[in-house]
Write a protein that binds this ligand. Structure first.
Ligand code: GTR
Length: 327
């Protein structure tokens, strides 16, 4: 046992030395969230862990609050190799990756656990492959809970309540079609423009998970939050293929280790973050409608009509059925 421990310690030392051997590396990581959002805390931890496992040879420079532009812009830069890393919502990749379109379909996942198992299986491999074809390496995923609608007009309790609403969505064909399908008008806007759009009247509704609803301040402009939980698209950490190719195997391992550790950390804290955000929103005046108070049959029934548009052939059908079959 002692010998095994010594061997492991020697190997760990060698891995550290191998990383140290090359010149110090700084990586720019873009995120749109502000300090205080759980995602930023998790990325700070990952940066610390990377410096630790690489024995001071690798560093992450975190550019939060959209300093590097919107998520769409960050994704384009990662693909072009002009930005090392970005943490974005996977939905941002839908235009480039057919697998993401399928994964973004409403009400696809039964639970967080279901989603994590799907990402850990064959479907996850397909996402990695499509990301590489687009110019990026998927380092890890993070929880993003479920997204629900919020409005400054009234609570959404049934399909009829969507009528006439202008709803902000991310730049993804699936989200745009979902809003039209529900009888409202989609308005594509970057995340940092949503508060202004509520104030100017450009939109009357949006959709997001509770930590983002609160940390973005949207809850101050749109008090009616209805927990319809229509979507569970996770967050993803991507590295530009150009950056990845410039690194040694030991450096890849160090990045993978720090990223995996940060994803585990987030998984433990996510549920608390959701609860705390919801409690804060309620305390400060948000009117929260629980799922069992919503006429879900109408909403879900209409939303899933999108499946017939996005399942274009028997291979897509098989993929979606395989996702649904994952226990
Ligand atoms: C947040 C998510 C971001 C982005 C944002 C949005 O919940 O973490 O990556 O997707 O929503 O709606 O633009």
């Amino acid at each position: 046992m002692k010998t095994r421990k010594r061997v492991l310690a020697a190997l760990a030392l060698l891995a550290g030395l191998a990383v140290q051997g090359s010149s110090a590396k700084d990586f720019m990581l873009a995120d749109v969230h502000p300090p205080g959002h759980l995602m930023i805390q998790v990325e700070e931890r990952m940066a610390g862990r990377l410096t630790e496992v690489s024995k001071g040879a690798m560093h992450i420079q975190l550019r939060h609050s959209g300093q590097m532009g919107s998520e769409g812009e960050a994704w384009e830069k990662v693909k072009a190799g002009t930005l090392d890393m970005a943490r974005v919502n996977l939905a941002q990749l839908a235009k480039d990756m057919p697998a993401v379109k399928l994964l973004s379909l409403p009400y696809l996942f039964r639970s967080r656990e279901h989603m994590w198992r799907v990402l850990g299986g064959d479907f996850g491999k397909r996402i990695r492959k499509e990301a590489e074809q687009s110019g990026a390496v998927v380092l890890t995923y993070y929880d993003s809970g479920t997204r629900s609608f919020y409005s400054n007009k009234h609570s959404i309790r049934s399909l009829a309540d969507f009528k006439g609403l202008r709803i902000r969505v991310q730049d993804s064909p699936v989200y745009k079609d979902l809003i039209s399908q529900l009888g409202a008008t989609p308005v594509v806007l970057p995340y940092d423009k949503v508060s202004d759009a509520f104030q100017s009247g450009e939109i009357d509704a949006a959709e997001n998970n509770t930590p983002s609803y609160v940390s973005s301040g949207h809850y101050k402009f749109a008090r009616y939050y209805s927990l319809d939980e229509h979507s569970s698209v996770p967050e993803v950490l991507v590295v530009s293929k150009k950056t990845w190719a410039s690194l040694s195997e030991a450096e890849h391992k160090a990045l993978e280790q720090a990223a995996a550790d940060s994803s585990d950390f987030m998984r433990k804290l996510w549920a608390d973050s959701e609860q705390q955000s919801l409690a804060k929103a309620k305390k400060e005046g948000s009117v929260v409608v629980e799922k069992n108070q919503i006429a879900m049959a109408g909403i879900e029934g209409y939303a899933v009509k999108l499946y017939s548009k996005y399942i274009t052939d028997s291979a897509d059908l098989e993929t979606v059925l395989a996702i649904l079959r994952v226990k």
